[in-house]
Design a protein around this ligand. Structure first.
Ligand SMILES: Cc1cc2nc3c(=O)[nH]c(=O)nc-3n(C[C@H](O)[C@H](O)[C@H](O)COP(=O)(O)OP(=O)(O)OC[C@H]3O[C@@H](n4cnc5c(N)ncnc54)[C@H](O)[C@@H]3O)c2cc1C
Length: 370
């Protein structure tokens, strides 16, 4: 039995990686190990997402989330500049019907959170169907390149001396004897091992509740959703654009720098199915067993009513992933973090970041506990 890590990080998504580096660099921990069940970092939700670096605009119904995005975006851009793509035009369009905000309300909201908007010029307006779209704004919103981010994160981890263990699942977290926490691992060759540590950070996103031992799960209710985003080759006219139609059952179109395509998501068709998270229903298994039939035809048909040029886009493939959200944010669409201390396992914390830039809210919490 190996002994005595300062911290064990479960999950090598962006959150696990960033937390591990922070613990070494800023909190002075020495023996930090990160355990990831996949063969590499950031292959799950941290890759299979819309890559938007939020700047507030998306959350007119959740002022706190919008406001925190405004604070976190500059930090993210400063820390990962080469992984952020800024050289495209980002448009927010307000739908005339079925939108939960009007153009006037959206303008007021942007003023309140201090976010820049400018009314789009006629050439950009010409891309939209005026009978369905009330107003179009050019905004400042970026995307990240998940492949570059993963490469940079891995470099940082290695330079910080974090031990990386891939292809290995954590199955249980329990109370230890001399050292507070004991973590059971199981690798792909079937070898099992126990590690001990002062601190354990459960950064497994969809897998947060799937650990056994003395781990009793998180108190906050979670909703799991199987989601689909279509990867599309845009026609010339849409190549340099990102578009979000607000605020209801509409769509978003964003550059996806990792593979030079665009993602297309649709509020109505991106979520395929959902369930209430509970231990024993492994979201990764559920996704593996799910019959992944694309709904891109429906996404394009509806989105093209608003932007006819979309009919010229060429479908390549889809990214399917489980999205995990807090039940409490079902109605306001907010994306706060979950940072839960497990009272029955002192030193053990579960972390869920609703979006990439929320990492800075998590790091603030770490300062309070270590
Ligand atoms: C469809 C969709 C669109 C999204 N769009 C955006 C967006 O545009 N902008 C944005 O900021 N956010 C977006 N998000 C949210 C964003 O993807 C997540 O907030 C973020 O990726 C969470 O990072 P993470 O490290 O917690 O999760 P992950 O990247 O999923 O990392 C968790 C890791 O834990 C590993 N793991 C799980 N269980 C175990 C175990 N038992 N043992 C070892 N390893 C384990 C997994 O393999 C995984 O690599 C979107 C999410 C989805 C699904």
């Amino acid at each position: 039995m190996q002994i005595g890590h300062d911290a064990i990080i479960i999950g090598g998504g962006f959150y696990g990686a960033a937390i591990a580096v922070y613990l070494v660099r800023q909190r002075g921990l020495k023996r930090v190990v990160l355990i990831e069940r996949e063969p590499a970092l950031m292959t799950r939700a941290s890759y299979n997402n819309q890559a938007r670096v939020h700047n507030g605009y998306h959350y007119p119904r959740s002022f706190t989330t919008a406001y925190r995005s405004r604070i976190n975006l500059p930090k993210f851009v400063q820390e990962w500049p080469t992984a952020v793509k800024q050289d495209f035009t980002k448009l927010y369009a307000i739908a005339r019907r079925n939108s939960k905000v009007t153009a006037k309300q959206f303008e007021r909201f942007c003023r309140d959170i201090g976010a820049d908007i400018r009314v789009a010029d006629p050439a950009l307006r010409g891309l939209f169907e005026p009978r369905l779209i009330e107003k179009i704004y050019v905004v400042k919103e970026y995307v990240f390149d998940a492949t570059k981010l993963a490469r940079l994160a891995e470099q940082e981890l290695r330079q910080a001396g974090v031990q990386l263990i891939y292809d290995t699942s954590v199955t249980a977290v329990s109370k230890g004897v001399d050292i507070p926490l004991q973590v059971a691992l199981h690798n792909k060759q079937g070898v099992q091992e126990l590690l001990t540590s002062q601190f354990v950070f459960n950064c497994t996103y969809s897998g947060l509740n799937q650990l056994s031992g003395d781990f009793s799960g998180v108190c906050s209710g979670l909703k799991q959703e199987i989601t689909e985003m279509a990867l599309m080759q845009m026609p010339e006219s849409l190549c340099g654009l990102g578009v979000t139609v607000m605020d209801g059952p509409f769509f978003s179109l964003m550059p996806f720098p990792s593979c030079g395509l665009h993602t297309l998501s649709h509020v109505r068709y991106t979520p395929h199915m959902h369930w209430s998270d509970q231990r024993g229903i492994d979201p990764y298994e559920k996704l593996r067993g799910y019959h992944k039939e694309t709904r891109v035809d429906r996404m394009v048909r509806d989105a093209a009513r608003y932007m006819p040029e979309l009919l010229k886009a060429e479908y390549k493939e889809s990214l399917f992933e489980v999205k995990t959200i807090l039940n409490k944010n079902e109605s306001d669409d907010g994306r706060p973090i979950l940072f839960e201390k497990h009272m029955d396992l002192p030193g053990c914390y579960s972390v869920l970041g609703g979006k990439i830039d929320n990492i800075y809210d998590v790091l603030e919490k770490l300062d309070e506990v270590i």
